[in-house]
Design a protein around this ligand. Structure first.
Ligand code: SF4
Ligand code: SF4
Length: 378
């Protein structure tokens, strides 16, 4: 792979859809996942293909609202809507679905999704620094392993899990390396380009291939010495997950002359510092230690998220922080209080936005983001 362009990431979805279809025709298995807490290593070790299913489009929401309450996070409604209308090919090809008890909306939605496909819900402890929490999580990972073995009719061996751990660690390192390039001033990647690369990763059928793509893309960026004009402001985005289709805040910020240099959310940096340690004897225990560290707002307390955002502000030389909450996401909404305090304590402006997947608030978002940028540039 000598040359990798941004368009190669843009087309990952389509290319891999064909591959997944072919793999299915030859008896391959596909496992759909919704959340970064799902240990993809177990799916890879089972010889199946993990695919990310989080809904990032508005279209299926109306269908979802026939079953789910309107006053629910758009990510949950979009995810369920795609399943209910059978309009997401990745959901269509999934043999089983893995969910987790993260936020209330998601866990209750999974109960209803069971009517469409088998959904295995992992019970996620919401307290990471406790022995009981870790014990429960280790048991849940064992329960997931058993579920995959039964449903996919395979025997998941420890060696296969360790191999998958190596694969995922390498991919995580490569993705982090790309994100870290934006610590440069000016940043070589716009926020939209960064999102394209990081978000598209979850649609790949071959993790080793995407690692090679990421490494080659990084090399190429460094060789090309991309020299963009210095942005009006360097913005850090945090909050709820964003994907292509729900990138309006990034788009508006960049249309206003600033650059979203980094994203502390699930499609961005939230998991990129977390590697599975090979120091443990048992790979399930090793995975449990890694995944329980993810700083999602469903964790309480969630100190690592604040620490991570603080460090990212310094490393990426952020001039301002935008914290995006999808409507009816209580955990990120409430946690915005602590994030604001921390960000302002570092002496930079902070903007909390609450929005949904529609375009009805584009003008007001623009006005509020412009006001934030004026605080930076005067
Ligand atoms: S924000 Fe939390 S619940 Fe949502 S995908 Fe990320 S880890 Fe999962
Ligand atoms: S954005 Fe918030 S409400 Fe929506 S699925 Fe994620 S944690 Fe739950």
């Amino acid at each position: 792979m000598s040359n990798v362009e941004l368009k190669d990431f843009t087309s990952i979805r389509e290319v891999n859809l064909l591959r997944i279809k072919e793999a299915k025709e030859q008896g391959g298995k596909v496992v759909g996942v919704y959340c970064t807490y799902c240990p993809q290593e177990l799916i890879l070790a089972a010889g199946a293909i993990p695919v990310g299913l989080c809904g990032t489009k508005e279209e299926p929401i109306a269908a979802a609202e026939e079953v789910l309450p309107r006053n629910l996070c758009p990510l949950i409604k979009s995810s369920y809507g795609f399943a209910a209308t059978d309009t997401c090919p990745f959901f269509h090809f999934s043999d089983v679905i893995i969910g987790e008890t993260t936020c209330d909306g998601k866990k209750k939605m999974f109960e209803i999704m069971q009517e469409i496909k088998p959904v295995h819900v992992m019970q996620l402890p919401h307290l990471k620094d406790s022995e009981a929490g870790l014990e429960l999580w280790i048991k849940e990972l064992h329960r997931l392993k058993k579920f995959l073995e039964e449903k996919l009719e395979v025997d998941i061996k420890d060696e296969a899990i360790w191999k998958a751990i190596d694969t995922v660690n390498a991919e995580t390192r490569a993705a982090k390396d790309i994100c870290d390039l934006n610590q440069m001033d000016p940043p070589p990647l716009s926020g939209l380009e960064l999102l394209t690369v990081t978000w598209s990763r979850s649609f790949t059928a071959d993790k080793n291939e995407v690692t090679n793509m990421l490494e080659t893309f990084k090399k190429r960026l460094l060789e090309k010495k991309v020299n963009r004009p210095r942005p009006r402001a360097r913005v850090l985005l945090t909050g709820c997950p964003v994907g292509l289709g729900t990138e309006k805040v990034i788009r508006i910020t960049e249309e206003l002359g600033a650059a979203v240099v980094a994203m502390e959310n699930c499609s961005g940096y939230k998991t990129l510092e977390l590697l599975t340690s090979q120091e443990f004897d048992d790979p399930i225990v090793a995975l449990a230690h890694k995944y329980i560290e993810i700083p999602c707002s469903c964790m309480s307390p969630n100190a690592y998220r604040l620490e991570l955002i603080g460090r990212m502000i310094d490393d990426f030389k952020a001039d301002a922080v935008i914290d995006l909450t999808w409507q009816a996401c209580h955990t990120y909404n409430i946690e915005a209080y602590a994030v604001e305090k921390m960000v302002k304590g570092k002496g930079i402006p902070y903007l909390h936005l609450e929005s949904d997947y529609s375009n009805s608030d584009l003008e007001s978002l623009k006005i509020r983001i412009e006001a934030l940028l004026e605080m930076v540039t005067g």
